[in-house]
Design a protein around this ligand. Structure first.
Ligand SMILES: [Ca+2]
Ligand SMILES: [Ca+2]
Ligand SMILES: [Ca+2]
Length: 850
């Protein structure tokens, strides 16, 4: 966010006082003195303000929210760094993970407690949460009670810690590294500074002492030592003040009955947080650990207004409305200004207009500033009170390049089984040279499963030839999700058929398994992208006989790989007759069980989805690559016949009807529209070029109904787009909405307004809650997000063209998108299906506004 002007005034009275007395005129001094007096007396009042339990069942005082299991741990990936006791400190969720945990620095894959009860006692001002570890038959309770400006956190045990967990179970609280590193702390009077880099001490201990991990998987490769790495605290004591140099992050934690130990979670995992913990005493029951936690509150803190606008800018003729997010204690101003930045660097007021009220939405209040009447091309910024935005363009060409980074950079970097290079830089070598093994019956850590039969001719762990070709890395990980890859090819086909983009900026040689960015090779890239996706999916159909559910990692310790995709596995065939880490004399096999697996349980619904895509791909590729088109057609027909037969046998024909929408007869399009116009309209619109005028007329009332839905969104939230409240932010439904609106506008401009068309783009490019950075690392944005959960996230970087899921909702009323911490996938991970969906949306937007 931009500079916190108000906060600066409110926090540095002393400094201001000195500077002002010395350097300003008497009048100014008087004004400042009056202001400071007002602030200081307000401060005294605010000091009397204690943490109280509010109606949303969290502890609140101005600038501080303490949440107690408003968000509980879910089994998805276990520790998602989004749960337990959390603190939202001056608007930023900097503390989470408060719970009884079994590790010094828990990571993804470590066990999390199940919340078995949550009792809110308004009278006492306390929340009690019951926690359980089924694996160890271990129950505990945490009681959080407001005590003045602090909360007391107490751990209660009705039975002692199980013997196996004695010395391991403790109460943990985690602090966001990017908000604490380089800040100072004080421990029992000693000073220190949070490290920017993970460099504290560790020890190793026998694996037998390691608390069990998720489903018995191991997050680490012990290289045959049979020992795991355990971090050692870098500070211990009874009284901690964190961020003594930073009022907005300062927090004091004390405990009389337990030692506090401070660990660096990044020692084990780049996404680790700073962890403060107290080990639970062995053999004791009752109140076993008590902490007092006091987050500092800046007196009368009011959050800086967040002026949402499009960082890509605005086309002159299109509507231009900024949405300004305000603290509920903030008083809305009556006007805002649009400033024009002239060629000599000075600014002038281009427009001053009224602020209109939208109203409250979750924890903030929203007003709008409409500057649509400014149409003169130029460089502008918005000024609202003391807050001034960065600059942006009003220009005819602002959308010209909005797909380029995604198609030229993000997509080719995610091509699997290829060497990918850009200028001097190699993004990755050729991954998975040893191919894929038949998955044995297994559960999986990335939500997959191999059933008791393989549904193939292969024995468990037998090599399935020919699968290491084509396909796209899923997202921030490197597996091939078949469903996603089918969507990807569909998305490229749709892009091609709707827009015929001839752009050629990528050299792709399937023969050389080589991709070079920014080197044209005479072939439109989209055709090569379709071909590359198709190659893997066809190999699945041909080699396995049907579609695999996924091609994924076999061991958890290489699933969280960060770095060159070619080094995830050793490239050698796994040979169980060799010892782990041993390589055969011919250098082709190893005893390291790192080969990827193909999960092959047959799903006729997925086969039908693939069959539809194969038919469409054959249509598109018939002139460009005839042999491949013929293979696709052959598999389409075979898979369709077999899948229909299988479904008939299994008697669940209707269960998968939804997968067949793409090629469905018109009769069912109307059915789909009658059922749900907002989800059915996109496919119906896609058919318009193939149909007659009567079809278009029949569609009209549905488009009218859709327009009513679009209008209703503007009443649901200030941004007028669908906002997801799930554990993964809502970019998928949002992009689908945006695309439908654009294409509906293309065919029915009298029904769908221009205002509706720009909403999704504006949201994606910066007009959204929390901050105003573009969720897309897009060319043209003045301020794109700086970190994403891509496969280079450990470098606090991103891959150009990525589209973040965006705004993550945390119950009960908080939205966020971290821009200094990439590791939360629900808000920062771009996926191959989502990003190719973005290519369609952005192409549709460009086409409709031209
Ligand atoms: Ca995945
Ligand atoms: Ca090309
Ligand atoms: Ca291998």
């Amino acid at each position: 966010m931009a500079t916190l002007n108000f906060f600066r005034i409110a926090t540095s009275h002393k400094k201001l006082l000195t500077v002002n007395y010395l350097s300003r005129s008497k009048m100014k001094v008087y004004k400042h003195f009056a202001l400071l007096t007002a602030l200081l007396s307000a401060t005294l009042l605010a000091d009397a303000q204690d943490l109280r339990l509010n109606d949303l069942e969290y502890f609140e005082r101005q600038g501080v929210n303490v949440l107690v299991f408003s968000n509980s741990f879910n089994g998805g990936f276990n520790d998602e760094k989004n749960s337990g006791i959390e603190i939202i400190h001056h608007g930023v969720r900097t503390v989470q993970g408060g719970a009884v945990r079994l590790n010094n620095t828990p990571e993804q894959g470590d066990l999390v407690p199940k919340m078995v009860s949550r009792k809110v006692d308004k009278e006492q001002g306390s929340i009690e949460v019951g926690m359980r570890y089924d694996d160890y038959d271990f129950d505990s309770r945490v009681v959080v009670t407001a005590k003045g400006k602090a909360v007391e956190i107490a751990v209660w045990l009705d039975k002692p810690v199980p013997e196996k967990l004695a010395g391991e179970a403790g109460f943990n609280l985690e602090f966001l590294p990017s908000q604490y590193w380089l800040k100072t702390y004080r421990v029992d009077g000693r000073l220190g500074r949070f490290p920017r880099y993970a460099t504290s001490l560790t020890t190793t201990r026998p694996n037998s002492e390691k608390p069990r991990q998720f489903k018995g998987f191991k997050t680490y490769d012990d290289r045959g030592t049979e020992r795991f790495v355990d971090p050692i605290p870098f500070e211990t004591g009874h009284s901690f003040t964190l961020a003594t140099d930073s009022p907005e992050r300062m927090i004091r934690i004390t405990s009389d009955d337990a030692e506090l130990r401070l660990y660096d979670g990044r020692m084990l995992a780049q996404n680790g947080w700073f962890v403060l913990r107290s080990v639970l005493p062995a053999g004791k029951t009752g109140k076993v650990v008590t902490w007092t936690v006091e987050p500092h509150a800046i007196p009368n803190w009011i959050r800086e207004p967040n002026i949402g606008f499009s960082q890509v800018g605005y086309m002159p003729k299109l509507p231009k409305v900024a949405v300004i997010e305000l603290d509920k204690k903030d008083t809305p101003l009556s006007t805002a200004s649009l400033l024009r930045i002239k060629d000599d660097g000075t600014t002038e007021v281009a427009y001053q207009g009224d602020i209109t009220n939208w109203g409250p939405y979750f924890k903030y209040n929203y007003v709008k500033f409409d500057f649509s009447q400014v149409t003169q091309p130029g460089v502008y910024c918005i000024e609202y009170g003391k807050t001034r935005t960065n600059d942006f363009l009003i220009d005819e060409h602002v959308y010209d390049k909005i797909t380029d980074a995604t198609t030229d950079v993000w997509v080719p970097i995610h091509m699997n089984h290829m060497y990918v290079t850009e200028g001097y830089r190699t993004w990755h070598g050729e991954p998975f040279k040893e191919g894929y093994l038949q998955a044995p019956e297994s559960d999986h850590f990335d939500l997959h499963r191999q059933g008791p039969t393989t549904d193939t001719k292969y024995k468990p762990l037998e090599l399935i030839h020919g699968l290491n070709v084509g396909g796209y890395f899923d997202a921030g990980d490197f597996d091939i999700e078949t469903g996603s890859n089918i969507s990807v090819v569909h998305n490229f086909i749709r892009t091609w058929e709707l827009f015929h983009p001839q752009r050629d900026e990528t050299f792709v040689s399937e023969e050389q398994r080589y991709v070079e960015l920014h080197r044209p090779d005479g072939v439109p890239d989209i055709l090569q992208f379709i071909e590359h996706g198709l190659l893997n999916l066809l190999a699945q159909a041909e080699q396995i006989g049907h579609m695999a559910s996924t091609l994924s990692n076999s061991v958890l310790d290489n699933y969280h790989h960060l770095g060159d995709a070619a080094s995830i596995t050793d490239g050698l065939h796994y040979d169980p007759s060799l010892k782990p880490y041993e390589v055969s004399a011919d250098g082709k096999r190893s005893g390291t069980p790192d080969d990827m697996w193909a999960f092959t349980t047959r799903n006729p619904g997925l086969d039908l989805q693939a069959a539809d895509m194969f038919s469409a791909a054959a249509r598109v590729l018939k002139d460009y690559n005839k042999p491949l088109a013929e293979r696709a057609l052959k598999q389409a027909e075979r898979l369709r016949n077999e899948a229909e037969e299988l479904q008939a046998q299994r008697g669940n024909r209707n269960g998968n009807s939804q997968n067949r929408r793409f090629n469905r007869p018109a009769r069912t399009i109307w059915e789909a529209l009658d059922r749900n116009v907002s989800s059915g309209l996109q496919r119906a619109l896609d058919s318009i070029p193939l149909k007659d005028e009567a079809y278009r007329q029949r569609l009209r009332p549905y488009v009218q109904r859709y327009a009513e839905y679009v209008d209703s969104l503007a009443k649901q939230n200030p941004y007028g787009v669908p906002i997801g409240l799930g554990n993964w932010a809502g970019s998928g439904p949002l992009l689908s909405f945006g695309t439908t609106v654009c294409i509906a506008r293309r065919y029915f401009p009298d029904i769908i307004s221009q205002e509706a068309v720009v909403r999704t783009a504006n949201w994606l490019f910066g007009c959204h809650p929390y901050h105003n950075y573009s969720f897309v690392a897009v060319v043209g944005a003045a301020r794109p997000k700086q970190v994403f959960y891509g496969n280079n996230r450990a470098d606090f970087s991103f891959i150009p063209g990525n589209v973040a899921p965006g705004l993550l909702f945390r119950k009960p009323d908080h939205f966020e998108n971290f821009d200094d911490w990439p590791f939360l996938w629900g808000q920062n991970e771009g996926t191959i299906a989502g990003n190719t969906q973005y290519v369609i949306f952005a192409s549709a937007l460009k086409a409709v506004v031209e």
